[in-house]
Write a protein that binds this ligand. Structure first.
Ligand SMILES: Nc1ncnc2c1ncn2[C@@H]1O[C@H](COP(=O)(O)OP(=O)(O)OP(=O)(O)O)[C@@H](O)[C@H]1O
Length: 324
């Protein structure tokens, strides 16, 4: 492996997913933190004096979010003046899964010394997720709707947890770029225009309840896993037993396939919704090809350029393809 392209001092161990830069462990984790900080600043996600309630499940995304926020808030005390970090964990009541991940939450709480609230489905809705599923779906194999019920009730519990701290507290979740891109596709598949429009928003403030922020929405799943590894973040890695039935799997498989051809696809899907909402998705003004009269952007259309190309190099230039 060559040396790090940033510090040149240590061997590179990571290739940045979006910039392709080769980085050593320290430069990679520093850059990751810097990127999350820049994203927060760009959208003013955490104004001075905010109380930020981090939804921590013990899984990798939220454990990384907690680690990064704690790091940057301490690194930039002037920018994050009087910002207070809190933790909230939701106990859905999933046997063989949630108790174990909550143990990680308690370890993280000890490590960072933050105040934590735990809100349980059983306390708020009289039933755990397991009990709800046993009542609704007699066949234990049929868990296809578990994620929908769970998402609905979990959002309610997180909001309740935030309210226990204060009415104005921001709720920060560990949603990443892959989650965001999946949500866009899911809303598109479901034809849910209202949710589709909101799916690129960096702050969700409906005017009722606590505003929600997603500081890692431009970090890919892969980058988060790499950060967790190099920063030695504690997390619980077992997948939720109900995840097998999730409708999200359809969008996830599509994105995984598309990402093998274009690593930035998760960013592009999100950006397309943001641009569309801003009205920038209409594109530039159209012209007429001076050779054939077709509608185009520029002066000579691509078809005429293909016709005029005299050799492979010119043809590749027109089609923007590299030799394979
Ligand atoms: N049980 C929970 N308690 C508190 N927050 C939660 C819980 N489950 C999910 N969240 C919050 O919602 C975010 C997205 O949840 P999702 O179900 O997509 O989990 P995930 O992508 O596996 O994230 P993680 O790795 O943090 O579990 C999490 O990153 C976290 O901030």
């Amino acid at each position: 492996m060559p040396n790090c392209q940033k510090c040149s001092a240590a061997p590179a161990v990571v290739r940045h997913q979006f910039t392709s830069e080769l980085l050593c462990s320290t430069c990679f984790t520093n850059q990751f933190e810097q990127e999350v900080h820049d994203h927060i600043q760009k959208y003013n996600l955490i104004p001075k004096g905010s109380e930020v309630v981090i939804g921590v499940s013990g899984g990798k995304d939220s454990s990384v979010l907690l680690t990064v926020l704690h790091t940057i808030v301490n690194q930039y005390p002037d920018i994050y003046q009087n910002v207070i970090l809190r933790m909230c964990a939701v106990d859905e009541g999933i046997a063989g899964y949630r108790k174990e991940s909550l143990d990680v939450v308690y370890e993280l709480q000890k490590q960072f010394g933050l105040e934590l609230k735990v809100v349980a489905f059983k306390d708020r809705f009289e039933r755990s997720l397991d009990e709800l599923m046993t009542t609704l779906h007699k066949d234990p194999e049929d868990v296809s709707l578990a994620c929908s019920y769970c998402g609905l009730l979990r959002r309610n519990c997180l909001s309740h947890g935030a309210q226990l701290f204060s009415k104005e507290a921001l709720i920060a979740t560990g949603h990443n770029a892959d989650d965001q891109a999946e949500t866009v596709l899911l809303n598109l598949i479901r034809g849910d225009y209202q949710k589709l429009k909101r799916s690129g928003d960096q702050i969700v403030d409906l005017g009722v309840g606590n505003p929600k922020i997603k500081p890692m929405s431009y970090q890919s799943q892969k980058q988060i896993v790499l950060y967790a590894h190099h920063k030695k973040v504690k997390y619980f890695s077992t997948e939720c037993p109900y995840a097998v039935g999730a409708q999200r799997g359809v969008a996830r498989r599509y994105i995984q396939g598309a990402s093998t051809k274009d690593k930035r696809v998760v960013l592009k899907i999100q950006d397309s919704i943001t641009d569309l909402k801003r009205g920038e998705g209409r594109g530039p003004e159209m012209n007429i090809c001076v050779e054939c009269g077709a509608a185009l952007v520029g002066s000579v259309c691509q078809c005429c350029q293909i016709k005029q190309a005299e050799n492979e190099i010119q043809l590749r230039k027109v089609l923007k393809t590299k030799k394979v």
